[in-house]
Design a protein around this ligand. Structure first.
Ligand SMILES: Nc1nc2c(c(=O)[nH]1)N[C@H]1C(S)=C(S)[C@@H](COP(=O)(O)O)O[C@H]1N2
Ligand SMILES: [Mo]
Length: 414
């Protein structure tokens, strides 16, 4: 795949530049795309309408709890409770129930809590940026894809000088000072101190797509964990506890969720066929979430309802799946990023160009021009195959560790 993309990078870039004009020659060079001018135009239009790779901060879908939701509080109240950059304070202390030994906790009492100026001081020595798709474990569709910027959390942990009895860290944000509204998450300390499996670090995040983190996205400061589902990425962060508790104590565990689940690979359609004329090629586009196991292929399969589905093949592994085209890096990144340039030193990029594609823990887009069909009732299914060769919904098909169900779209050809 990567060789294919290298070979076609130049051509496909020209193709993307040519969107809106007639990029037929370039289109033909993509193997699963069209070779007829009219069909090429329909596919080109479909690809041109695909969402941008980066999501504008304000366009992220919001999953915020609280009555009232903290980001809706008037500025005056947000200033009072430390939800602005001028007033923000983070306490990092030992867990009273399962104490870790620390020499220098960061507390308001001792006037040692971390403020935003202190965080920016640390940022001068080390800032990290990386792309990540934010996805709720319980919602099928990603909330948005962004470049998150912050300071490695371990920098702050080390300030407290932990000496022993330290196995996990848990943390929460402002929740209207109401224990019933507490939304807490946690991590094993090893993940914070070391970047396992070549993952970017866990950060205290203060910028998204180069802009200060908005109140709605969890500003002034939220936790961002590259490989984790949304619920670990606590917004409006105010408290962290270093703990000797051996297990997770996330609020999300109470909802029957698998709280140790890293992002899964799966795909879905953006443009799916509706009422379709017979024997006319069908443009289909979609996105894929590239989970921890990467993405090697996206495939589609259109099933005629007259045909019986094979028995005992739950995940349709024997169906005649057809490869779609995973689209190369876009010509424009979108997301309101300044000058439409990926910021310098963004992990995974070299001088603004992606080092690998598709990129792990982000989104990718795909397209196919499916051959025309005779009249009938049909179901379109799409699936990913990860870099280990697992076809969706494998290797982890259970809903409470994140969405991976194969999408089904019914449509009629007349
Ligand atoms: N403090 C706090 N942080 C939170 C939440 C919350 O309700 N309160 N929701 C979490 C969940 S379940 C998800 S999916 C993500 C969503 O992030 P977003 O609203 O920026 O898209 O935020 C997480 N962080
Ligand atoms: Mo969520």
């Amino acid at each position: 795949m990567s060789t294919f993309l290298d070979d076609h990078m130049v051509v496909t870039r020209r193709f993307f530049v040519g969107l809106g004009s007639v990029g037929i020659v370039a289109l033909k060079s993509l193997p699963v795309l069209a070779d007829d001018a009219r069909d090429a135009a329909s596919l080109q239009e479909a690809i041109g309408n695909i969402e941008s790779w980066l999501t504008k901060p304000a366009d992220f879908r919001d999953v915020s709890r609280g009555t009232p939701v903290p980001h809706t509080l008037p500025l005056e109240k947000r200033q009072e409770v430390g939800l602005t950059r001028d007033t923000w304070k983070l306490e990092v202390a030992s867990d009273p129930d399962h104490p870790a030994r620390l020499r220098t906790p960061l507390t308001k009492d001792k006037n040692t809590a971390l403020d935003f100026a202190g965080l920016m001081k640390i940022a001068e020595q080390e800032t990290v940026r990386f792309p990540k798709v934010m996805t709720c474990l319980n919602i099928g569709c990603p909330l948005g894809n962004g470049i998150w910027e912050g300071v490695p959390l371990r920098k702050i942990v080390w300030l407290t000088q932990p000496t022993k009895n330290f196995r996990r860290i848990h943390y929460y944000g402002y929740h209207n000072d109401d224990p019933k509204q507490l939304f807490q998450s946690s991590l094993p300390i090893g993940r914070v101190l070391e970047d396992l499996y070549d993952l970017p670090p866990v950060i205290l995040c203060y910028k998204l797509n180069g802009q200060w983190l908005s109140p709605e996205r969890g500003g002034p400061v939220r936790v961002v964990i590259p490989e984790a589902y949304g619920f670990k990425n606590i917004k409006w962060l105010t408290h962290m506890f270093l703990s000797n508790l051996a297990s997770a104590n996330d609020t999300y565990a109470n909802g029957n969720n698998d709280v140790d689940s890293p992002l899964k690979t799966f795909c879905a359609t953006l443009l799916a066929p509706g009422n379709t004329p017979a024997r006319q090629p069908i443009p289909i586009t979609g996105y894929a979430q590239v989970g921890v196991s990467g993405l090697s292929r996206v495939q589609v399969w259109i099933h005629n309802s007259k045909d019986k589905l094979p028995a005992g093949d739950r995940y349709y592994s024997q169906a005649p799946w057809r490869d779609a085209q995973i689209l190369p890096p876009p010509q424009a990144w979108g997301g309101d990023i300044e000058g439409d340039r990926i910021p310098a030193n963004t992990l995974g990029f070299d001088k603004g160009h992606p080092q690998t594609w598709p990129m792990r823990l982000t989104k990718a887009h795909w397209a196919i021009l499916h051959p025309g069909l005779p009249p009938g009732e049909y179901t379109l299914r799409s699936r990913t195959i990860d870099e280990k060769g697992n076809a969706q919904p494998l290797p982890r098909p259970y809903a409470k560790s994140g969405h991976a169900t194969i999408e089904q779209v019914e449509f009629t050809v007349t």
